[in-house]
Design a protein around this ligand. Structure first.
Ligand SMILES: [Zn+2]
Ligand SMILES: [Zn+2]
Length: 144
């Protein structure tokens, strides 16, 4: 599959369309992801914020990351499906959860990040590029 992508939460109250291609895909083992993914990693595709259009009203929760940036997680208030995450340092990007994108989307993780936080039983594909923590930013903010 290529763009545009479509998506929906488990209950259908939230739908989305993504007009552009991903800037990169990641499997993330950070502790916050393990909390929202029931103990496993999250799987995410980074898109330009302007390419992601959501229909329906999202609920949000925010954390302060070790970097001092605020991470905001948007999810369906009715069924709890995680839709995307966003960092206050990178508002031009939205990190969309694979699970909310309609199949067959053809996306798969290109790298594994925050491996330092992964539990000892985690099985990590040795073919994927690895980062112990945060990887380089896939797309710098446009200069103004
Ligand atoms: Zn829902
Ligand atoms: Zn994470």
């Amino acid at each position: 599959m290529t763009a545009p992508y479509s998506g929906r939460c488990a209950c259908g109250q939230i739908t989305l369309t993504i007009a552009g291609e991903t800037l990169g895909t990641r499997q993330c083992w950070c502790r916050q992801c393990q909390k929202i993914a029931a103990g496993g990693p999250t799987h995410n595709a980074v898109f330009r914020s302007e390419d992601v259009e959501v229909q329906g009203v999202l609920a949000t929760a925010a954390w302060t990351a070790a970097s001092g940036n605020t991470l905001t997680f948007s999810f369906c208030p009715s069924c709890g499906t995680q839709v995307y995450g966003q960092s206050s340092a990178r508002m031009h990007l939205k990190t969309v959860r694979f699970g909310v994108i309609d199949e067959p989307h053809g996306l798969k993780p290109q790298m594994v990040i925050w491996t330092a936080d992964a539990p000892e039983w985690a099985v990590i594909d040795p073919a994927l590029e690895r980062f112990e923590g945060q990887p380089p930013n896939p797309a710098p903010a446009p200069k103004d």
